[in-house]
Design a protein around this ligand. Structure first.
Ligand code: ATP
Ligand code: AH0
Length: 372
């Protein structure tokens, strides 16, 4: 039985997301009934230390049973550190750390123990958001689109628009805000665009021992290798009809294309590849979005943003232009989705993950140790 406050009406949900770029855990409060956003609240960030990041990097591609014993406690502690800073949360949406994603094969793996977290925090924790979708034939990603739909309503959008998340991987959500519900036919189309920051981060780590190309400073000094860019765009993924999703390192073979290049030219070329992948994505949208609202760390890379603006026939703005927080959108998304799971509302549908029918994924764990 749900407590009366959780059954209906707005709930303060605390969402936590640790993304594929392995930089740390974002956490943010959102007041929502799972459909309408009522308010946004506090947020916090807990960076992974270089040592922690190296441990996670080493665990990438691993499935349950293959992961070293030190990895789960690391992920749990990072979440406890950041989630303990909040007051007033009624439920928690806990994404976990994606280590591997192979929806047509072994499934999808988000490391994290929601049961332990619920007992520790004394709050209901909703987690394992992606598995049910994958079991039912979906991609299990992206899942933020149902939240993007709520954001479009929150900002009063009346024309088709798109949210673009530039994290480790990029994903886009095309939205027709005239529809009433996100799972209604024609309301959404969503899919992963291609690599975004992950290859740039990997390059920076290998060549410079730095976590990212801050402000695109290195890419700015380089020249894009057109030949490498064209070979990259030959990748069949770009012509595949969505929904479709990617593992963090799905295209890692293609980065041999930049091996011979100078550091600056390689950074410029990888940045251009991420932007070009977004241009390819436009072909799949039901109608060209007039406006692209960009969230995720890539929006802070001026070279990436300039390349997008040059390539796209759309207004390209960071989500801050409409009053949203581009660093916290995904954390807020998993707070919002947590309320949907709790209330049995769908979190994905054929147009967002390719799942056969709308599905409410996620496990609910209670502070007494029980789960459903
Ligand atoms: N000032 C900046 N200049 C260039 N790149 C930046 C800057 N700030 C952040 N980034 C990039 O953004 C990344 C973090 O993005 P974000 O937090 O959106 O990723 P994520 O949530 O881990 O990924 P995903 O959405 O794929 O799960 C950093 O690793 C870095 O590559
Ligand atoms: C399997 C997985 O964790 N996928 C992430 C990743 O990071 C970006 C992109 O690839 C997206 O598909 C997804 O995250 C966002 C939050 C989503 O599910 O909407």
């Amino acid at each position: 039985m749900l407590k009366p406050g959780l059954k209906s009406g707005p709930v303060w949900a605390l969402g936590a997301m640790s993304g594929t770029s392995l930089d740390g855990v974002d956490a943010a409060m959102v007041q929502t009934d799972g459909e309408t956003i009522f308010a946004f609240g506090d947020s916090a960030y807990r960076a992974y230390s270089p040592t922690e990041e190296a441990v996670l990097r080493d665990a990438l591609g691993k499935w349950p049973g293959e992961v070293g014993q030190e990895v789960l406690p690391l992920v749990q502690q990072a979440h406890v550190d950041v989630l303990s800073r909040f007051e007033g949360a009624q439920i928690v949406g806990f994404h976990g750390q994606t280590l591997a994603h192979d929806p047509q094969g072994r499934g999808t793996h988000q490391l994290g123990d929601g049961e332990a977290l619920a007992m520790h925090l004394g709050l209901p924790v909703i987690w394992d958001f992606r598995s049910a979708d994958v079991r039912l034939g979906g991609e299990g990603a992206p899942l933020a689109p149902f939240f993007h739909f709520a954001c479009a309503k929150w900002m009063g959008a009346d024309r088709p628009l798109a949210f673009l998340n530039l994290g480790g991987v990029g994903n886009i959500t095309w939205i027709d805000p005239s529809r009433d519900r996100p799972d209604q036919n024609g309301a959404l189309l969503a899919f992963d665009t291609g690599p975004a920051n992950a290859p740039i981060n990997d390059l920076m780590m290998q060549r410079r021992g730095q976590p990212c190309d801050r402000d695109g400073a290195l890419a700015l000094q380089g020249t894009v290798a057109q030949g490498a860019l064209e070979l990259f765009l030959d990748e069949p993924y770009f012509r595949k009809i969505p929904p479709k999703s990617l593992d963090r390192d799905a295209f890692s073979d293609l980065y041999t294309l930049v091996h011979e290049l100078s550091d600056a030219d390689a950074a410029a070329t990888l940045t251009a590849m991420s932007a070009a992948a977004v241009l390819q994505a436009m072909e799949h949208c039901p109608s060209p979005p007039e406006r692209l609202l960009v969230c995720g760390g890539g929006r802070k890379n001026p070279v990436m943003m300039a390349m997008l603006r040059a390539a796209l026939d759309a207004v390209v703005d960071p989500v801050e232009a409409v009053g949203l927080d581009g660093d916290m959108l995904e954390a807020q998304a998993f707070g919002h989705l947590a309320v949907r799971v709790l209330r049995g509302l769908p979190t994905s549908c054929p147009a967002t993950t390719g799942v056969a029918a709308a599905v409410a994924g996620g496990t609910v764990s209670w502070p007494d140790g029980s789960s459903r």
